[in-house]
Structure formats: C-alpha cells, structure tokens
Design a protein around this ligand. Structure first.
Ligand SMILES: Cc1cc2nc3c(=O)[nH]c(=O)nc-3n(C[C@H](O)[C@H](O)[C@H](O)COP(=O)(O)O)c2cc1C
Length: 186
C-alpha cells in the first residue's frame, strides 16, 4: 500500500444544491460535502461551507437551509451553482422555486428530491462553517418513488468525485445490505 497523506477518499458523494435566503433573496450553491450525522428522528445532516461563500450569511440570519438533489439531467445548472457566486449572480433565476415550512429555505421543483432543515448548530472551523441542520421535511417527485420510498435508480443522483474532478452516474445494485454478509455466518 502506498501512503498518500491525509487525502479524503470518501468519494463519490452526491452533488447537492443548498438553498438559502440571503439579503431577502433565494440563492443556491453546489455542495458535495454533506454529512449524515445519525440515523433516526430527529435526523441531523451537516454541510461544510467555506467562509468566503455568499450563502453562509443567509443561514446565520434565517437559521434554515435546504438540501436539494439534482438528477444527472441538471448537471449544467448544478455545476453553474458551484462556479458562480450569489454576490454577483442571480442563480435562483435558473429554477422554479418553492418553499415549505421554513419560508426561508428555497427548494427547486426541477430537483426530484428536496429537504428542508432548521439550523441546529454551527461548528466554527478556521476555513469553513459546519452547519448542522435538523431535517424537518422531505419532498419528492412521484417520478422517483417506488412503493412510496425514494428510488435512487429513478433519481439518478449526480455523483461528485474530487480526485478526478468529474461527475459520475450511478451503477447497478450489487447486493442487499445487512444481508450479503450472512453467507459468512457459521
Ligand atoms: C460539484 C461542486 C461541489 C461543491 N461542494 C462544495 C462544498 O461542499 N463546500 C463548499 O464550501 N463549496 C463547495 N463548492 C463550491 C461552491 O458551490 C461555490 O464556491 C459557489 O460559487 C459558492 O456560491 P455562493 O457564493 O453563492 O454561496 C462546490 C462546487 C462544485 C462545483
């Protein structure tokens, strides 16, 4: 094994669009660094946003944000939201926007899955604000549901790889969780 130094190798990650209200207007930025902090209710998710971004102030002000999941089809718009800053560009004009319970976490009708969160806590890292949100509602388009649950084969998430700086698509399922390992049980 070759030592690579402390390289984060946890890719691919889904590309998300995080929605905020900044200075009274909706804004979206691309975020691949989303953390799942627990499994259960309440459900907590984290996002790591560089302090230079325009979006951060909106989360501090309104104590809410959304995490929207684009399909592969939205690659151009999603990438654009990761290139341009809301300081200079109205990125929200690209999308049909809707709001849920928070009224300040804009979500995107072109994204088949949208989650809205209330701000739970912030970790103040030197370069990044780590926003921890409590998930309060998830919205999904009928087209990505199977038996009422989100079907990732239908969602076709836009996967992000930092090492190769490429977007990837999902492959096939290769086995069942909490099941594949049973064949080794004595
Ligand atoms: C695919 C992709 C993923 C990104 N993920 C993150 C991330 O997890 N955290 C972050 O701080 N910036 C991330 N960025 C960069 C921001 O989206 C980008 O700097 C954006 O322009 C900031 O927008 P804002 O200034 O309107 O907030 C990502 C960019 C791309 C293209």
């Amino acid at each position: 094994m070759k030592s690579l130094g402390p390289i984060n190798a946890l890719y691919p990650m889904p590309t998300t669009l995080v929605g905020t209200t900044v200075n009274g207007k909706p804004n979206f930025l691309a975020v691949a660094h989303v953390g799942i902090l627990n499994h259960g209710t309440p459900q907590y998710l984290s996002i790591g946003l560089h302090k230079s971004h325009y979006s951060n102030a909106g989360i501090f002000e309104n104590k809410s944000f959304s995490i929207c999941l684009p399909s592969e089809d939205l690659i151009v718009e999603a990438d654009y939201c990761g290139i341009m800053t809301g300081k200079k560009t109205d990125k929200a004009a690209l999308f049909d926007i809707f709001y849920g319970q928070t009224k300040t976490a804009p979500m995107i009708r072109q994204c088949p899955v949208n989650m809205e969160l209330n701000l739970y806590d912030v970790l103040d890292f030197s370069t990044h604000d780590i926003f921890i949100g409590e998930l309060i509602e998830t919205y999904a388009d009928d087209s990505v549901l199977t038996d009422g649950g989100i079907d990732i084969a239908k969602l076709r998430p836009l996967l992000f790889d930092m090492a190769g700086k490429k977007y990837w698509s999902l492959g096939q399922a290769v086995g069942s969780c909490w099941n594949a390992g049973k064949s080794l049980k004595k």
